[in-house]
Structure formats: structure tokens, C-alpha cells
Design a protein around this ligand. Sequence first.
Ligand code: C2E
Ligand code: MG
Ligand code: MG
Ligand code: MG
Length: 285
Amino acid sequence: RAKVQARGEYVFFTRDMALEIRERSKLMQALRVAIERQRLFLCYQPQISLHSGQVCGIEALLRWRAEDGRLIEPARFIPIAEHSGMIVGIGEWVLRMSCFQQAELARHGYPQLSMAINVSVSQLRHPRFLATLQSALHDSGASPQLIELEITESMAMEEADFLARTLESIKALGVKIAVDDFGTGFSSLSYLQRLKVDRLKIDRTFVGEIGDNERSRRIPELVIQLGHKLDLSVLAEGVETAEQANILRELGCDDAQGYLYARPMEPQHLVEWLRNHGARDDAAD
Ligand code: C2E
Ligand code: MG
Ligand code: MG
Ligand code: MG
């Protein structure tokens, strides 16, 4: 009986896995076509200074518009892009587009806005990465000091030795580094001393609970204090309510990003949004 049960489970499991594999390879094929047909595009989400209330930066977030018009989330296709190696080409394109967008915003009267760009570890590992970054900066005319590469905390923990050298070279170009999803992999903090990072981004799972009770504030509070002790700025992601923003401001958090301020938007709406939210540096023109 137990055997039958076990066997039943086994069969069920493999059928699930086969489906999963078929699903993944279908998605991989579709992604390949999507790249060819230029169905990938970037959305931009503003970041707000909790000290001044002003927009201080933008994060570039990748989107895939399927043939039927639906949007496919990065959580579904980034892992596949990483697994298949397609992330290298995609990431190169993201880097260039984001640098050009930063330079364009500067020309539109926003020369102070930083541009945050998510990078995958397989991108960083690629021998051409630095050359790609350099030519993206050079060709676009973006200010390196306003470009911020986001690496995930799990990446920073796993790859500390090789990352240290790569980040060193990136920093030599003047480009900034942020640790994304910070707090989700809280097991070793030693990499924060070894890697030259500039900013911590508190993961939104902590931010979502911050209004619940005093207890739920303790980790974000600790992260903010830790960041400041290490001379890092701290941004909270996934801020959805004014209450959350107020609590974060009281805790000393520097910047925030989330639906409270703006959802990620397509580039054609970005300048209009900025115009309506008073970020324009009029002294600049
Ligand atoms: P992330 O870098 O941590 O980005 C933040 C995610 O939170 C984004 O999801 C954003 O749309 C979402 N978000 C922002 N504000 C709020 C809010 O107030 N509430 C809620 N519930 N969500 C909010 P998205 O765009 O689906 O991206 C998911 C992840 O995919 C990103 O997480 C990032 O790790 C990855 N990703 C996105 N674009 C790229 C890219 O160009 N390259 C690489 N390698 N990864 C990317
Ligand atoms: Mg990010
Ligand atoms: Mg994040
Ligand atoms: Mg996150």
C-alpha cells in the first residue's frame, strides 16, 4: 500500500516535472522570438527621497509584451533567460537603453536623477561585461556617478570573491552599486565589508508588514542603522501606503520606491510624470 502510494506520488511528480520542462522550453523558444521581434522593453519606476520628498532616481524594469498583448513578468522569464544564456544579450541591451535614458532625462532638464539597472550574476561573469558597460556609458554620454547597478543579496553572498574584483573595476568607472532584495538572505554580513557597495535596498516583504506592529519594524530599523553605520544609503522598496512612508522616514530611511509614488511606467509617460511631480532642475537649463 505504502509502495503504491509512493509510486503514485513518483509518477505524479515526474509528470509535473515533464510539464514544467516542456513549459520552460516553450517559454525559452518564445523568448528567443520575442527578442528577434523586439518585444522586450523597459519600464521606469521613480525613487523618492524621504528627506526632501523629491524624485531622486529611476529604476529600469524589464517587460515582455507577448504577441497577444499580455505582459509577461520578469519573474517568469529572467530565470529562463539566465538559464539559457540569453540574459547576456538582454542585459547588454538593458544596460545601453538605461544609460541612453539617463542621458535623455538629463537633456530634458533632469540632470540629477540616477538610473538603477538590475544585473544578473551571469552578466557580471561574462568577460565582456566591463567593456559593455564602458561603451554604454561612452556612447550614451550618461554620467557614471548617476548609474547604479543592482545586484541581489543572494548573488553577493555566493560570489563574493569573484564579485569583489568585478565591483572594484565597476567602481573605478565611477558607477554605483546597490544590494537589491536586502534582508531576504540574511545569513552572512561579511560580504558587506568585502564588497564596495553604495546602497542597500530593503526588500519589499519587510516594507509590506511595517505598519502592522512595532515588532515588524525591528528588521527594517536594523537594516537602516546597519547601512548608515557602513556609510551606505538605504532605500525601501514596495512602499504602498503613506503610513509605511512615514514610518520609514521616522526610522531614518533615505529613499523609497513603490506604488504609493508611481508604478513602473513606459518611457513615453516618464517625462510627463516628472514634470507633474516637480523634479525638474530649472537651474540646469
Ligand atoms: P526588483 O529589482 O527588486 O524590482 C522591484 C519589483 O517590485 C519590480 O517588479 C516592481 O515592479 C515591484 N514593485 C515596485 N513597487 C512596488 C509596490 O509598491 N508594491 C509591489 N507589490 N511591487 C512593487 P518587477 O518589475 O516584476 O521585477 C521583478 C524582478 O525582476 C526585479 O526585482 C528584478 O530582480 C528582476 N528584473 C527586472 N528587470 C530586470 C533586468 O533588466 N535585468 C535583470 N537581471 N533582472 C531584472
Ligand atoms: Mg532592482
Ligand atoms: Mg528590489
Ligand atoms: Mg525585490
